[in-house]
Design a protein around this ligand. Structure first.
Ligand SMILES: Cc1ncc(COP(=O)(O)O)c(C=O)c1O
Length: 393
């Protein structure tokens, strides 16, 4: 059959009638362990001589997990994948698999606050050297790549400044040495950005966001080559970073509408961004779909759509921002993103509160920055809610 298009893959990839019952949708294999036909078979599975399920903590976990990773691999254009209990578990699993004491990690300077804290506090405690670099500056990236750089971690568009970096250029630089390039594709999703096609060795997601899509699960996933995923096995199997079967099922269900949701998220976000940019009480707006975005040229080169996330600052700074957030009636004041409903938050005091102030400000995560995850409601209603809240300032 001809190669299927993205939306068809969202619905069909990885799906098949359940081999034991013929069930049309993938069952939730709510089991911790699997029965072997014989002692010899158990031994062969543990020895890696025979494929098959063993115990839900051990790769390949359960048949529900297997469908999820097959679907995600098809969407990202990778060979296979591995699911995790959260986005942070996925990042932890990759970092602990790739990095040893004395190795160097080069990371985008603007990343999700939890990622920053993992790199800056936990990995450095283990003797791993970490540099946070402005990855929009390719010369700076080149200068900060060292002989012992083993991992380059990019988050683009970045949380929460929406900064975009050139994935292909940086992956090519990483490939000249011994470094493996990893891209956190949570904001863009495979609908709008395919890091593996741009040269990344692996791509990862917080499934908690757009992959699940309904703010009702925690999960993470990594997609890459068979060899890359196989190398995650010792850490995944021993640390218990595993996704639960029910969460895997929720991700599969969410992914079936990813293409429809993302189209609506992006259309709404563009309308909201244009509304905010034209509003006299708004000081600035960062959205990859606006020509005013500082890396608009790179956006046009590597993204096929602009996503549902944006950030903005209000004339009047954080006090005005707080008043705006407290005045909203439809949009929910909550962290996280990628939900069907619109969420608004203040990174400096919430998601990025653990990032030291001087680091935060240097990375443009300013006190006045408000982050908006635009949902799939009717755009007129989202705009009307923002408008009435701005009127109160
Ligand atoms: C870009 C990005 N990556 C990773 C994470 C971590 O994901 P999780 O909360 O599922 O651990 C987040 C969380 O907000 C995020 O925004």
């Amino acid at each position: 059959m001809k190669k299927m298009k993205f939306g068809t893959l969202c619905v069909h990839a990885g799906e098949r009638p359940d081999p034991s019952s013929g069930a049309h949708t993938t069952p939730i294999y709510q089991t911790s362990t699997f029965v072997f036909d014989s002692a010899e078979q158990g031994a062969a599975r543990f020895a890696g001589e025979e494929d098959g399920y063993i115990y839900a903590r051990l790769i390949p976990n359960t048949p529900t997990h297997a469908v999820l990773v097959e679907k995600m691999a098809a969407l990202e254009g990778g060979e296979t994948g591995q699911s995790f209990s959260s986005g942070m578990a996925a990042i932890t699993g990759v970092a602990l698999s790739l990095l040893n004491k004395g190795d160097h990690l080069l990371s985008t300077d603007v990343v999700y606050g939890g990622t920053y804290e993992l790199f800056a506090s936990v990995l450095t405690r283990l003797g791993i050297e970490v540099s946070f670099v402005d990855t929009t500056d390719l010369e700076k990236v080149q200068r900060n790549l060292k002989k012992n750089t083993r991992m380059v971690f990019l988050e683009t568009p970045a949380n929460p400044t929406m900064k975009v970096c050139d994935i292909a250029a940086i992956c090519a630089m990483a490939g000249q040495g011994d470094a493996v390039a990893i891209v956190d594709n949570t904001f863009a999703t495979p609908m709008f950005q395919k890091p593996l096609q741009l040269g990344a060795d692996a791509v990862l997601h917080s499934c908690t966001k757009y992959i699940g899509g309904h703010a009702d699960l925690l999960g993470g996933v990594v997609v890459g080559s068979r060899e890359f995923i196989k190398n995650l096995m010792p850490v995944v199997n021993t640390t218990g970073l595993t996704m639960a079967p029910h969460e895997a099922w929720l991700c599969i269900r969410g992914l079936k509408t990813l293409h429809l949701r993302m189209e609506r998220h992006a259309n709404n976000a563009l309308e909201v961004a244009r509304f905010l940019e034209a509003h006299r009480k708004i000081a600035w707006v960062r959205y990859p779909g606006l020509p005013s975005h500082p890396q608009y040229e790179i956006v046009r080169k590597q993204m096929t759509g602009f996503g549902g996330m944006l950030s903005f600052g209000i004339a009047g700074g954080i006090e005005a921002g707080r008043k705006l957030m407290n005045s909203l009636e439809l949009c929910s004041l909550a962290v996280s993103l990628g939900a069907v409903d619109t969420l608004i938050s203040h990174p400096a005091s919430m998601t990025h509160a653990g990032v030291p102030k001087e680091v935060r400000i240097k990375a443009s995560i300013t006190d006045d920055l408000v982050r908006l995850s635009v949902g799939i409601e009717e755009s007129e209603d989202i705009i009307a809610d923002l408008d009435q809240a701005l009127d109160r300032l």
